[in-house]
Structure formats: structure tokens, C-alpha cells
Write a protein that binds this ligand. Structure first.
Ligand code: 5CA
Ligand code: ZN
Length: 411
């Protein structure tokens, strides 16, 4: 698929700081140690509805990782999928009596626009599940031959993954079996499907049903299961052992546990990713923001209301990415006020020396993306500049450059 347009990321003078991130599998903050090319996979949208502020917050967190790596002189190979065939998409299309392909295309186009408006650096590879079907079919074939997968023997010969195939199942989430079973049922799994060897075995290939789209293949006509989509798209572009696998915390289990298990079973190697990074859930007034609850605030709607996307960006960054938090009208008002203050400060001819501020900004971001303190560092510089302090004529430009490159905010 065509990704969205790229955004220029200026170079910032001074000393970059290597990035440390919390890794769900290790349960602690660890340094990232990319090579010349840092490799990141972030789970993309299922395009049956518009981008809401929860999605936006998650993609902004990974955008900061991208930007800190660029600051450290790495190139970044960033891969993101689009789940453009799956049950939720078909259910929504059926409900609204709409063609599922048209629905997916329209929402993907809107997502691109939203990401562009928020100045998210685009992925190198933006890959739809449908376009990856040949890769997925090949992988299912391999899993069948190695004995990691089996076919259910009934009128719908679906193919399932033996969840214990690698012997490491659970290393990413560390959940106990009761929690796994509960989350599996809530998040797209089918524990009660008759004919499975174990309730936690995950679907790899769903045999064709009447009224559902399907693709002919050597496996028989059908469509892909969700987790293998991300394993294969990541593996075939980044290879095993890439730097960061990311998404929201709702993907810790089953999605990322299975994405890792599938890929590790396919290659016989471990680990799928060196860091598993998860953003907290954004809610509205105390409840998780989700399509099923109908309490969504859309990025496109705010744009339609002429809200400056940079104010949305600052509002979402004013909270730690791993913390579950709520979107409120006050947060947006705060983001807009901060944006106005910063813009006024960098419009001045001179200000206090900016190097210590830029150093603090880098330090705070490198420490598991401490955006709140990073924003505060810039606030303090802006307050001092607006109070008439400092006479460094280079300072406003340096702040503008650092805020652009590291926070993605255009002043
Ligand atoms: N297509 C799959 C991933 S392969 C999917 O989860 N799609 S999604 O459209 O439901 O979500 C897209 C991304 O936004 C995922 O990383 C998901 O974890 C994240 N996300 C979903 N809801 C929220 C929320 N309320 N707050 C923060 N992030 C969220
Ligand atoms: Zn995914």
C-alpha cells in the first residue's frame, strides 16, 4: 500500500542520547541497541472506522521512538500493517450494507490523512493483509509441514496453530492460563471452536464460508487469521530479532504472544523482537475509548472543527505513553495554550541559551519517553523567553528545530 507523505525531520545540534524503553517481556526498562538500521514493526489499524485519539496516542508514542533513533544517527526501517480483512471489518460492512473493500479503502485513506496532519513519520513499508496473502499461505504451509499447525476435521477445514509449538508460549505477556483464556475470548479468539486440540490454539487459515470473501490457495480457499498476518509481514521485511514490536496494551495478549510464537516456530529462532513495547489505553471520561462502546473522539472530527493538529499532538504527549489515561476537553485546551505560548516564544528575536533545554529534552525522551518532563523543559525555556530573559539570538531557532525533530511539533 502507499504510505502517507513523508515529513522532513531536521538534524539537531548537540549530543543525542541512546533510547531506553520498557520491554513487556522483560518487565523492565532496557536500552535499545539498534544497528545502523533500527527495525520497528507497529501493529496498524483495522480500517472499519475512523482514527480515534486512542489510535493516535499509540502511533505518536512510536513516532517518538522513530524520532529519537533518527536523532541518534540510525536509519529506521519501519513496517506497519493494515488489517484489511478480518471479522470486525466484515461485520461493520454487513451492518451498514456496504462493500467491505470500499469501507477499508475509505478508512485507510482517512487514517493516512490523520497521520499526515499529526506529522507522524510514515512507515517504510505499509502493508495490507490482503496483499500479504501469498506470504501468509506459504507460512501456513510451512507450519503444517513442521507439525506446528493442524487442520480441524469438519465441514470447515480451518487450520490452527498448536500454541505450545515453540515451548515458550507466555514469555511475552507472562499471563497465567486463566487470564490467557479470558483475554483470548475477549479479543478475537475462539476458545469454544469444536475440533480444536486446545482452547488456546489460534486460527491461521479460515476455510471459505458462504457469503464471506475468500482467496484460492494451495491450502484451499479461505482467508488469513489475524496474528500470522503480523508475524509474516514483519518477518519477511525486517527478519527475526528486530528492535521493537509495538502496539497498544490490548495487543499484549493474544496478538503479540501469537505473532511471536508463529514467527519463532517458522524460523526455529528466538526472540521475534528484542523489545515488546505497549502504549496504554486512552479512555473518554473514565471508560476505554472503543468502537464497541461508541465513545470515540475522532482525529478527523477535531480537524473538521479546525483544531490545530499540533495542539492534539501536544495534548496527547502530556501524559506518559504507558499510562492508561483519559481524553478530556481540558487536555486539548491545555495543548492549544501550550502551543500558542511556545509559538510566541520562538517568534522572539532572542531568548535564554537553548542548549541546556535541548539536552534535557533529549535526556527525558531517552528515558522511556518521559514526554511530560520533556514538555516541561520547553515550557520553562518559553516562560523565561516570554519574560524577556536571555539575549541569545540563536536560541529561538534551536528550540524550534529541536521541538520539530524530537517532538514532531511544528511551531
Ligand atoms: N489491526 C489490529 C492490529 S494488527 C488492531 O488492533 N487494530 S485497531 O484499529 O483496533 O487498533 C490500532 C492500534 O491502536 C493498535 O495498536 C491498538 O492497540 C491501538 N489502540 C486501539 N484502541 C486504543 C485506545 N483506546 N488507546 C490506545 N491505543 C489503542
Ligand atoms: Zn498486529
Amino acid at each position: 500500500m502507499q504510505p502517507w507523505s513523508s515529513v522532513p525531520v531536521p538534524q539537531v545540534p548537540g549530543q543525542p542520547r541512546p533510547l531506553h524503553l520498557f520491554d513487556t517481556a522483560a518487565g523492565e526498562i532496557r536500552p535499545t541497541e539498534p544497528g545502523a538500521v533500527a527495525r520497528m514493526y507497529v501493529c496498524g489499524i483495522t480500517p472499519y472506522d475512523a482514527t480515534h485519539l486512542g489510535h493516535a496516542a499509540t502511533y505518536l508514542a512510536f513516532d517518538l521512538i522513530h524520532r529519537v533513533w533518527l536523532d541518534n544517527g540510525h536509519q529506521v526501517h519501519y513496517v506497519q500493517n493494515v488489517t484489511d480483512i478480518d471479522d470486525p471489518l466484515l461485520e461493520r460492512a454487513n451492518r451498514d450494507n456496504e462493500d467491505w473493500i470500499v469501507l477499508a479503502m475509505r478508512e485507510t485513506a482517512l487514517f493516512r490523512e490523520d497521520m499526515e496532519a499529526l506529522r507522524v513519520v510514515p512507515p517504510t513499508d505499509f502493508v495490507g493483509a490482503v496483499e500479504a496473502i501469498p506470504e501468509i499461505v506459504e507460512a501456513v504451509g510451512k507450519l503444517l509441514s513442521s507439525g506446528a499447525a493442524y487442520r480441524v476435521d469438519d465441514e470447515h477445514p480451518d487450520i490452527y496453530f498448536r500454541h505450545q509449538a515453540t515451548g515458550r508460549f507466555g514469555y511475552e505477556s507472562h499471563y497465567d492460563e486463566a487470564t490467557m483464556r479470558a483475554l483470548f475470548a475477549q479479543r478475537g479468539g475462539d476458545p469454544d471452536r469444536e475440533g480444536k486440540e486446545h482452547p488456546l490454539d489460534a486460527l491461521l487459515w479460515r476455510a471459505a464460508r458462504d457469503g464471506e470473501p475468500s482467496w484460492d490457495s494451495e491450502l484451499g480457499a479461505g482467508r488469513p487469521g489475524w496474528h500470522l498476518e503480523c508475524s509474516v509481514i514483519a518477518l519477511n521485511r525486517l527478519g527475526l530479532g528486530f528492535d521493537v514490536q509495538g502496539g497498544g496494551s490490548d495487543l499484549i495478549f493474544p496478538h503479540h504472544e501469537f505473532s511471536a510464537a508463529h514467527a519463532e516456530s517458522l524460523t526455529g529462532e528466538h526472540p521475534f523482537a528484542k523489545h515488546y513495547v505497549h502504549a496504554g489505553m486512552i479512555g473518554l471520561d473514565g471508560e476505554k475509548m472503543s468502537k464497541s462502546r461508541g465513545n470515540l473522539v475522532f482525529v478527523s472530527r477535531l480537524r473538521g472543527d479546525r483544531v490545530d493538529p499540533m495542539a492534539i499532538r501536544l495534548a496527547l504527549l502530556d501524559g506518559h505513553y504507558r499510562t492508561d489515561r483519559s481524553w478530556t476537553a481540558d487536555l486539548l485546551t491545555g495543548g492549544a495554550a501550550r502551543l500558542a505560548r511556545w509559538r510566541e516564544a520562538v517568534a522572539r528575536d532572542a531568548g535564554p541559551a537553548a542548549e541546556p533545554t535541548v539536552q534535557r529534552l533529549r535526556e527525558r525522551l531517552s528515558d522511556d519517553l518521559d514526554t511530560q518532563q520533556a514538555l516541561r523543559a520547553v515550557d520553562e525555556w518559553a516562560d523565561a523567553a516570554l519574560a524577556g530573559g536571555g539575549d541569545d539570538p540563536a536560541a529561538p531557532t534551536l528550540i524550534r528545530t529541536a521541538v520539530d525533530a524530537l517532538l514532531g511539533v511544528e511551531l
